[in-house]
Structures are given as structure tokens and as C-alpha cells.
Design a protein around this ligand. Structure first.
Ligand code: SAM
Length: 216
């Protein structure tokens, strides 16, 4: 560890952004289940609705939502990941920011996507993140989460030939649903698929959609 988890995560993605983009930007093209989940989410939010894509990385999911008629904003901790997102999608709105402190008005989003990004948030900070997601979503707004299922973290000290300090917190759907419920979300879709046989996945993958309470 070099600093707090935010510094380590930012540094890890800054150092590997170009290689990450080369490897993963078109990843969804080979993932029909993920595509179906993301398209379903865009459909639930509805054309013209605003989706905040938090931990947007290179902007692949942000661009997908935009193609489905959503107004989009992508936010990521790593300036270099945001650079890759802007280069690939110059017409879309991308900003650097941290998910526990979003520079976004209360109740201003119809949907919030956290696609493999809360995986970098330690347990102690998860409540602050869900409280922030609740704040920025309108009453009845939808939150989509994707994460690796498991009960112990994966710690990476090297990625794409570069030294990093990245922690991937694997969790059960029950843990994430419990955190969401504590902050006024109700489960709507709760889905797990087994690992693909591609040599890269070693855990099941979870996709959850929860709905923000209608009360402010
Ligand atoms: C595994 S990548 C996923 C990127 C993208 N969602 C995708 O599926 O390609 C995790 C991303 O979350 C971002 N991230 C991690 N912690 C974050 C935080 N606290 N606030 C905002 N972004 C964060 C990282 O910088 C990184 O781009």
C-alpha cells in the first residue's frame, strides 16, 4: 500500500489506463449477458432519462447508454481513464470525481450505474457510497451494480506489467442488497451468472438493479 485506498486505486488505473482500454474497451461485444443487463437498465430508465455512470472507466457503458437514448455523465476517479473515455467518446460528458462525493445535485439522476466500480470500495466506506447514490438519484430512480461474487478480496500488485496496489473486494449479492436496503433502496433485479470459461474469470458475476425509495 502506498496511500489510502483512493490514492492507490487512482494511481493503479492511471498507470494502466491505456493498456486497460486496449484490453477491455470492446469487452462487452463478447458478453451477451452483460449487454442484455445494460440494455435492460437503459430501457428501464427510459429514453431521455439521465444516467450517471460512476467508475465509468473508458466509457464503454456510458456510450452504450447514450446509444439507447439516455443523457449521460461518466465519472471516474482516474484522470487517465477519463482521458481514454473522452478520446473514444468526444461527444459525451466525462468528469473526474470520487463516488462518495459526487459533484452532482440532489435527485438529479434517473439512473446510476456502478459497473465493477464499488469493487474497489472497502467495507467501511460502502455506507457512505450508498448514501451518496441515494442523494443523487431522484425518488424512484434506479441503481445498477455489477461485481465479482466472493468472500475474500483479490489483491493485485502488478497489472499489464506495471506495479500497482489494487484491491478488488468480492462480495455476495446479499451483502450488497443489505447495504442498499440500509440506504432506502429496494431490490428489483438480482442475478448471478457462473464464470465464463475464458481463462480470465474465476468467480461468478453479480448484476443487481435496486430502486431508490420514492420518499426524499
Ligand atoms: C474495473 S474498472 C471498471 C471500469 C468500467 N466501469 C468498465 O466496466 O470498464 C473500475 C473503475 O472504477 C474506478 N473507481 C474506483 N474507485 C472509484 C471511486 N471511489 N470513485 C470513482 N471511480 C472509482 C476506477 O478508476 C476504474 O476506472
Amino acid at each position: 500500500m502506498t496511500g489510502g485506498y483512493l490514492d492507490d486505486t487512482r494511481a493503479g488505473y492511471d498507470a494502466t489506463a491505456a493498456a486497460y482500454a486496449d484490453r477491455f474497451h470492446h469487452w462487452l461485444d463478447r458478453k451477451p449477458v452483460e449487454l442484455a443487463v445494460l440494455q435492460a437498465f437503459a430501457g428501464l430508465v427510459g429514453a431521455g432519462g439521465h444516467i450517471l455512470d460512476v467508475g465509468c472507466g473508458t466509457g464503454a457503458t456510458t456510450a452504450l447508454f447514450a446509444r439507447h437514448g439516455a443523457r449521460v455523465t461518466g465519472i471516474d476517479l482516474s484522470p487517465n481513464m477519463i482521458g481514454e473515455a473522452r478520446r473514444r467518446n468526444p461527444q459525451l460528458d466525462f468528469r473526474v470525481g470520487a463516488m462518495a462525493h459526487l459533484d452532482v445535485d440532489d435527485g438529479s439522476s434517473d439512473g446510476l450505474c456502478a459497473w465493477y466500480s464499488v469493487i474497489h470500495v472497502p467495507d467501511d466506506d460502502l455506507d457512505a457510497v450508498f448514501a451518496e447514490f441515494h442523494r443523487v438519484l431522484r425518488p424512484g430512480g434506479l441503481l445498477l451494480l455489477a461485481f465479482q461474487v466472493g468472500d475474500r478480496p483479490r489483491i493485485l500488485d502488478e497489472a499489464f506489467g506495471t506495479t500497482v496496489s489494487l484491491v478488488f473486494h468480492r462480495r455476495t449479492p446479499e451483502q450488497i442488497v443489505a447495504a442498499a436496503r440500509r440506504h432506502g433502496f429496494t431490490p428489483y433485479v438480482d442475478m448471478v451468472r457462473e464464470p465464463d470459461d475464458d481463462g480470465l474469470e474465476s468467480t461468478p458475476q453479480a448484476f443487481l438493479i435496486v430502486r431508490r425509495s420514492t420518499a426524499f
